[in-house]
Design a protein around this ligand. Structure first.
Ligand SMILES: Cc1cc2nc3c(=O)[nH]c(=O)nc-3n(C[C@H](O)[C@H](O)[C@H](O)COP(=O)(O)O)c2cc1C
Length: 325
């Protein structure tokens, strides 16, 4: 059985990728993800906002008492500097590359134009196989026009594209209007892959304490239809970018559905956090079993079998005319 696939121009032994999470934040668990069969791993993101916070903390600490003695100002920097800034992350990238044979995709979430370019360049120099731009910002302000939010994404991709040569994936949340146009623009601007979809924090209200809760919740399989719809609309319609599905995988069934609508790779985090990284083994084994029971000899044989380009898929328009919605 040939489970191999190509994503971002990289050859993967199978289409299941461990997406960015705490599981890909240290070398031990990255090795485990490889041992349990992951086709590739996306490292936890480098967050520029977090580094800015650390910088402010260091400024504060180093200024405390700096006036009291000439040496005081030099106590803190040496102790803190090693862990501050992007160095820890860059070490993770290079150590992960050395530790595993599967592709190591770094992930970046920056807050400034300069930050996107600077950290992308450093990540490339650290040896990442590819870079995922984790675009998390939602245009929530009442004065941000939809078109402006989309144009910002394309501009930042172009800025990074001009500076790094490694493949670039753009991980997007679903809260863009006219998503098809954005996908095409990113494709034309040089994205090697699109990751659909990022899963923004699901805020809720704690009625007991009358407070917003901001906990990270794990996904479930009921969340895949939006990804299925957009993947099926985009598959075969982009000139260059490959496609990864990113939300709601619990079992091999979700992996298979995503492949059927044209995903080149399928990512998972919640299922691995819920069941442990060993869950990768059952995802892969069950995918293989499903393929052989139906006499498919490869993942490639089912990829895109059920896109809207193929017959029978409900497009938004047919769903409307047939009264599904
Ligand atoms: C605890 C946790 C940490 C995460 N950290 C990151 C991150 O650093 N960068 C990122 O792009 N996505 C991050 N994600 C999002 C996941 O990579 C993934 O896109 C999302 O959970 C949807 O996939 P799933 O349905 O398989 O969980 C995180 C998710 C969880 C649950």
């Amino acid at each position: 059985m040939d489970l191999g696939t190509s994503y971002l121009g990289l050859t993967l032994r199978n289409p299941i990728i461990a997406s960015a999470s705490p599981l890909s934040a240290d070398i031990g668990s990255i090795r485990q993800l490889e041992d349990f069969g992951a086709g590739a791993v996306v490292l936890t993101s480098l967050f520029e906002a977090q580094m800015q916070q650390e910088d402010r903390l260091i400024d504060m600490l180093t200024s405390v008492g700096a006036e009291s003695s000439p040496e005081a100002g030099s106590y803190f920097p040496a102790a803190i500097a090693g862990s501050a800034g992007p160095n820890g992350y860059l070490d993770l990238v290079s150590q992960a590359r050395a530790a595993v044979d599967i592709p190591v995709i770094a992930s970046l979430n920056a807050t400034t134009d300069a930050g996107w370019v600077r950290y992308a360049t450093l990540i490339e120099q650290a040896g990442a196989s590819a870079l995922e731009l984790n675009i998390y910002q939602i245009a929530s302000g009442p004065s941000t026009a939809a078109g402006d939010a989309q144009a910002d994404c394309v501009t930042l991709l172009k800025a990074v594209r001009n500076r790094v040569k490694i493949p670039i994936a753009v991980k997007l949340h679903p809260y863009f209007s006219a998503f098809g146009v954005l996908a095409r623009q990113l494709d034309e601007a040089g994205a090697d892959g699109l990751v659909l979809f990022n899963r923004p924090y699901q805020g809720d209200i704690d009625l007991g304490r009358l407070r917003w809760t901001n906990e990270v919740t794990l996904s479930n399989r009921e969340e895949i239809p939006l990804g299925l719809l957009w993947l099926s609309l985009l598959a075969g319609r982009l000139s260059h970018a490959s496609l990864a599905a990113a939300t709601g995988v619990e079992t091999a069934a979700e992996v298979i559905k995503y492949l059927l609508v044209g995903a080149d790779a399928v990512m998972t985090t919640s299922a691995l956090l819920r069941h442990g990284p060993g869950h990768l083994r059952s995802l892969i084994a069950d995918l293989e079993t499903w393929l052989s029971l139906r006499d498919f000899s490869s993942v490639a044989a089912i990829k895109g079998l059920m896109t809207t380009m193929s017959s029978g898929a409900p497009s938004h328009e047919t769903a409307l005319t047939e009264g599904i919605w």
